[in-house]
Write a protein that binds this ligand. Structure first.
Ligand code: FAD
Length: 342
């Protein structure tokens, strides 16, 4: 009999896991259960730049590196087919990272090891943008816009026979009778669903604006960023640790607007599409592990966790999904033949 797997969560992590699982276990019946989809998820608001910070961590440095590599080359492969990449919301993006204070902040050991173009700014480049910029890097990386990528993955999942149900779970116990394995990709929801109080909100606030003349990204001191996507440009930002405010804060708005327009004055003319607040699902390390999860009535459920990606869930979703799917396969009674090997 075919195995039944439930993926909890329809953000970028849940959808990446469910679609990768379909490829590795084509015989499995896979259901996604979530209370929020596409535009209502945290994933939707993320700018989606591939720029891992040093706080992105999995259980070991080897797993961290593997997840980043698998993710980078997954997205990189899309860019070989321009039409498909555009459909999925994936593109190359070039830009500058500048600092008036810290030489270290404009370096990125991971990106320097995988990108074809990552170099120090010339003296002339440091003078392009207003400000007292002493240090800078120019690089070309990848941007994944979830406004397109989440619907793309959803379609792929459904076209392969995947089932989607909208439901707010109070507990993973509710799923026990119906599924052989549960994969918990509930992001911040994991705090309640598996009582993990180490998951904390890292609050972010951004503007989404129309300014089609802006082509390059800019990252400067104090979490200031200008990131052009396909449908809008994201202006940010802030990283407020353990902040539970889900509303737009007018003082954050003023500070973000001032910082972004002072480095790129033409943004004063940009049309504001909306302001948005999201909670990055921060955890000291991404939790990707198997658990025999104890239920209230004394049974156990086979659960694979995949949550706590903080500010790096878009860029790391394919690699962490691959790692989680290997663990799901350990739990499944029979190993089916991956699509790629048929
Ligand atoms: C301002 C901001 C900018 C960011 N920029 C970037 C960036 O440039 N690059 C990058 O890589 N990352 C970025 N991030 C981080 C990224 O958005 C997150 O890491 C990522 O979205 C996490 O994805 P997820 O699928 O784990 O969570 P989510 O998108 O939150 O999805 C969680 C899913 O679980 C479901 N769920 C939760 N609890 C329950 C329940 N009890 N019952 C049923 N369903 C449940 C939800 O409905 C949802 O479908 C940014 C985040 C913010 C806030």
């Amino acid at each position: 009999m075919a195995s039944k797997v439930c993926v909890v969560g329809a953000g970028v992590v849940g959808l990446s896991t469910a679609t990768h699982l379909q490829e590795q276990c084509p015989d499995a019946h896979i259901t996604i259960i979530a209370d929020k989809f596409t535009v209502d998820t945290t994933s939707d608001g993320a700018a989606g730049i591939f720029r891992p910070g040093s706080s992105f961590r999995c259980a070991t440095s080897e797993i961290t590196r593997q997840c980043l590599d698998d993710s980078f080359y997954h997205y990189r492969k899309f860019l070989d087919d321009e039409a498909e990449a555009i459909r999925a919301g994936i593109k190359w993006i070039s830009g500058y990272q500048l600092s008036s204070k810290y030489p270290g902040i404009v370096r990125n050991a991971y990106l320097e090891s995988v990108l074809d173009e990552f170099r120090p700014c010339t003296k002339e480049e440091l003078e392009i943008y207003p400000g007292d910029w002493k240090y800078g890097s120019f690089y070309k990386t990848i941007l994944i816009e979830n406004r397109r990528y989440l619907p793309y993955l959803t379609e792929k999942f459904k076209s392969r026979g995947g089932v989607i149900e909208q439901h707010c779970l109070e507990s993973l116990d509710e799923l026990g009778k119906d599924f052989d394995v549960i994969c918990n990709c509930s992001g911040f929801g994991a705090r309640e669903l598996c009582n993990d109080i180490t998951v904390l909100p890292m609050r972010g606030q951004v503007f989404k604006v129309n300014a089609p003349w802006v082509k390059n990204f800019l990252y400067v001191d104090y979490d200031t960023y200008i990131l052009p996507g396909f449908s809008s440009i994201t202006l940010g930002g802030c990283r407020q640790y353990d902040s539970w405010n889900a509303e737009v804060n007018k003082y954050d708005s003023a500070a973000i607007w001032e910082r972004c327009t002072s480095i790129l004055p033409s943004l004063e003319k940009a049309e504001i599409v909306k302001e948005w607040v999201g909670w990055r699902p921060y955890r000291y390390c991404v939790r990707i592990e198997k658990e025999n999860f104890p239920t209230k009535n004394g049974n156990t459920l086979k659960v694979v966790h995949n949550y706590g990606h903080g500010g790096y869930g878009v860029l790391s979703a394919p690699g962490t999904a691959k790692y989680a799917v290997n663990l799901i396969q350990d739990f499944l009674p029979t190993t089916s033949v991956p699509l790629s090997k048929l």
